[in-house]
Design a protein around this ligand. Structure first.
Ligand SMILES: C[S@@+](CC[C@H](N)C(=O)[O-])C[C@H]1O[C@@H](n2cnc3c(N)ncnc32)[C@H](O)[C@@H]1O
Ligand SMILES: [Zn+2]
Length: 302
């Protein structure tokens, strides 16, 4: 049994891990699913799983992300993370040393939490780059969707994958995360500040107003609120525990074949609302050149 950065979602005591479960000293017990993730939603919150992304949306996103269309965004995130973490120590142990074992990948070390991790591509890719640079971190992915947890845990056993609701208390101890990653997913300013260590980094990614401009003109995507960035900064910094540490715009053109154009619609939140006519329209979308435009916002925990 190993202790790590997790806390019990019921009583907030430290959680210890075995190969089959996570449990706290008070006897709250959370089984590991066959695919390797652990569902930490308290019983009364389990209905909330309906709010997360569907398996079809997650599969569309995986196909799109693994084709590399968002690699420039990944590179920007990596640069921010690498500049925060100390230089590689000669004693650093590569993360994948233990990955052949069947145990939950839970051990004390610097943690990176991806809140709303989806199918896991960003977290796994960043973790692999850090490990290759000799700076391994414990990877923790949370998502409210069980399908997201399933896809993440199956493909990336090195990630400690948890079903958890960002709107509630996150299952991490105070200060347990050196980095919180949050890519197009719901935010909880108080919880992000609580789980970050002093000096830790929150990286949150939002779409810029021109993101997918050409696709928005022809497909039923949801609109981007014009004041999203300033409103988000105000919300994240209101309590004075996170302060803004800069922004990196990432913008480029993507030449996409029809399948990738269609995946972009099917992986977006709009996919929750498509009717038969919309689906027909999406299936007929041609190859297109489409603008990708994101803003990476950095916040430091005081
Ligand atoms: C647009 S997707 C982004 C996923 C991933 N970060 C990515 O960019 O590929 C939003 C994700 O947030 C998850 N989500 C929605 N509400 C959530 C909540 N309250 N707590 C945790 N995750 C949530 C969804 O299930 C989905 O996986
Ligand atoms: Zn407990």
């Amino acid at each position: 049994m190993t202790a790590g950065p997790l806390i019990c979602p019921v009583c907030a005591a430290p959680l210890a891990g075995t190969t089959t479960a996570l449990c706290c000293p008070a006897g709250h017990h959370f089984d590991r699913a066959r695919e390797g993730y652990v569902n930490l939603l308290p019983a009364r919150g389990r209905r909330a799983v309906d709010r997360g992304d569907t398996a079809a949306m997650l599969r569309a996103r995986r196909t799109f992300l693994e084709a590399g269309y968002y690699l420039p965004l990944l590179a920007a995130l990596y640069d921010d993370i690498a500049s925060l973490l100390p230089p590689a120590s000669p004693l650093a142990r590569p993360m994948d040393e233990g990955s052949k074992a069947e145990a939950l990948p839970l051990h004390p070390s610097e943690s990176m939490l991806d809140a709303g991790c989806g199918e896991g591509w960003y977290l796994a890719s960043l973790g692999a780059r850090l490990a290759a640079a000799g700076r391994p971190v414990q990877l923790i992915g949370t998502d409210i969707s069980r399908d997201a947890a399933r896809l993440t845990a199956r493909r990336y056993p090195e990630i400690l994958t948890l079903v958890a609701d960002t709107a509630r208390r996150l299952p991490l101890a105070d200060g347990a995360a050196r980095i919180v990653l949050n890519v197009f997913a719901p935010r909880n300013p108080a919880e992000f500040a609580r789980v970050l260590a002093p000096g830790g980094l929150l990286l949150t990614v939002i779409p810029a107003p021109e993101h997918l401009r050409e696709l928005r003109a022809v497909a039923p995507l949801l609109a981007i609120e014009p004041d999203k960035e300033s409103e988000l900064i105000a919300r994240l910094t209101a309590a004075g525990r996170l302060y803004p540490a800069g922004r990196t715009p990432v913008a480029y053109a993507m030449r996409l074949p029809p399948a990738a154009v269609q995946a972009l619609v099917m992986m977006s939140p709009a996919a929750h609302h498509l009717d038969d006519a919309d689906l027909q329209l999406v299936a007929e979308l041609p190859a297109m050149t489409i603008t990708a435009s994101f803003v990476v916002l950095r916040f430091i925990r005081r």
